[in-house]
Design a protein around this ligand. Structure first.
Ligand code: SF4
Length: 484
């Protein structure tokens, strides 16, 4: 929701009421879209901060619970802006120009210069807002369906350019969760909107609610006119807030002109304020505790940023942007065929047991992952082509590395050898070595034992056992072609 001021009943029945229900059935992310507010209100930003707090208070008053959903302020999670920028690189201009609200809003908001880059690009920022949380659904009304459709197209285009796997796309295409929104006219019979001055606010006091309803335009200019609650702002309030009995009573009275609008308004005020009173009271309690508001925002931002950053790590990597943590590794082996990445230096790692980590890109047909390795626990992976790859680790001892393993159904053997300078060498032994020499491997209590040694002339030799000539394996260091 854009923080353009306190929320009114139209915002409540159009979205917020539904959000309060959804927080119990779904994992929800709700944010105050302060950057979006700037797309139309960039010439006076003096209230955007304060309005953000007002919106949060309205949310809390309406029943959003920080224990059940994540609430945050958009500009606090910078990853939205980053993904928006990356999306802007791949999105054709025509896609944005044809979004229906682009032209509509320019016509409706006469007097504002909306020929700005930010206004044209706001559906793209929305796309980033959604996709960054890998959202399954976006709860929207009919008028927002086109925006979600654009989001899906942008995600698809991004996947087309950057997803490595066709079967598991990098970015998720969200679905719409269509919400039937009850009709609610403003007190002057136009659409309820703050800019028309025809709205009832969630935070209005009882006397203000009473006055607004009392002065509301109705559908019966004369007492003898027959009206329709559907076309009347007061009738709409009954349809939303009155119980069935009262709704039947005023509907008959209105259509048959047997009640007065004055009586109808009094009843509407009672029904509406019974509901708003609870919201107002909860809102008031929350407003008295600024520490709580700060905590809610900080907690929400931490939750949201964690999920957003996970997406961005995958996005940056898929695009191929330089990751400074990997600079050493990249310089060491600039190979297009790279499928396994071993940090070049592990000096300074704290945890001895998990000091070796490898990163696989496409072995498991997913986005890249980091796997910790333990000395005593080899790992087995399956590549995209179904190859079984065993990864074994050893530290240097007496000038060599001793590896032991059991599984003879491996297709590829990866030996990670850590030297005394804490540098990792990765030998990826192709299937032919295993097939040719399997029988010769030395056995020790059902395990197969091999030793890797560096010879004085710089060769690296794989020793299979006594009587078997050692196999030079220099050529296999960092050569991942065996995994393709
Ligand atoms: S009777 Fe009620 S619903 Fe009908 S026009 Fe009057 S105020 Fe509106």
């Amino acid at each position: 929701m854009r923080p353009t001021g306190k929320l009114h009943l139209g915002n409540y029945v159009g979205a917020l009421q539904n959000w309060v229900k959804l927080q119990h059935s779904h994992e929800c992310f709700f944010f105050i879209a302060d950057w979006h507010a700037l797309t139309t209100d960039y010439d006076d930003t003096s209230l955007v901060g304060n309005n953000s707090l007002e919106v949060l208070l309205d949310w809390l008053g309406a029943g959003l619970d920080p224990e059940k959903c994540t609430m945050f302020v958009q500009s606090h999670v910078r990853q939205h802006a980053e993904l928006h920028l990356l999306f802007s690189m791949i999105t054709p201009l025509s896609w944005l120009e044809r979004v229906p609200s682009y032209k509509d809003q320019q016509e409706n908001l006469q007097g504002k210069d909306l020929l700005t880059y930010g206004f044209l690009g706001y559906p793209l920022l929305q796309a980033a807002d959604i996709v960054i949380y890998r959202a399954d659904y976006v709860p929207v009304g009919e008028d927002q369906v086109a925006h979600v459709e654009l989001t899906r197209e942008v995600a698809r285009r991004f996947n087309h350019f950057f997803s490595r796997s066709k079967s598991v796309p990098l970015l998720k295409e969200p679905q719409v969760l269509l919400t039937a929104t009850p009709k609610l006219l403003g007190t002057d019979k136009r659409k309820m909107s703050k800019s028309y001055g025809n709205s009832i606010l969630l935070s209005d006091e009882a006397a203000q609610v009473e006055e607004k309803i009392r002065n509301s335009v109705t559908d019966r200019p004369k007492l003898t006119d027959h009206g329709s609650p559907d076309r009347c702002p007061v009738g709409n309030l009954h349809q939303i807030f009155s119980d069935r009995e009262r709704l039947v009573y005023i509907t008959e009275g209105c259509t048959q002109a047997t009640i007065t609008c004055v009586e109808c308004k009094v009843l509407a005020t009672q029904s509406t304020d019974a509901h708003l009173g609870e919201i107002r009271e909860l809102r008031r309690q929350k407003a008295q505790n600024p520490g709580l508001l700060k905590e809610i925002i900080e907690h929400g931002t931490t939750n949201a940023a964690k999920v957003a950053e996970e997406t961005m790590v995958a996005v940056r990597e898929a695009i191929g942007l330089l990751n400074v943590a990997e600079v050493a590794g990249l310089v060491r082996k600039q190979s297009d065929a790279l499928r396994l990445r071993v940090p070049a230096s592990i000096a300074g790692a704290k945890d001895d047991e998990e000091r070796w980590t490898i990163r696989t890109d496409v072995w498991l047909d997913r986005i890249s992952k980091t796997y910790p390795l333990r000395k005593d626990r080899p790992r087995t992976f399956i590549t995209l082509r179904g190859r079984k790859v065993g990864v074994h680790t050893a530290s240097e001892k007496n000038g060599g590395w001793k590896f032991s393993f059991q599984d003879r159904s491996l297709n590829v053997l990866v030996l990670l050898a850590q030297d005394n300078d804490l540098y990792l060498h990765d030998y990826v032994l192709p299937p032919k070595i295993l097939q040719e020499h399997w029988k010769r491997f030395e056995r020790e209590e059902k395990k197969i034992v091999v030793v890797v040694r560096k010879s004085p002339d710089g060769n690296v030799l794989l020793h299979l056992g006594e009587g078997v000539p050692p196999i030079p394996i220099n050529q296999y260091e960092g050569d991942y072609s065996a995994l393709q």
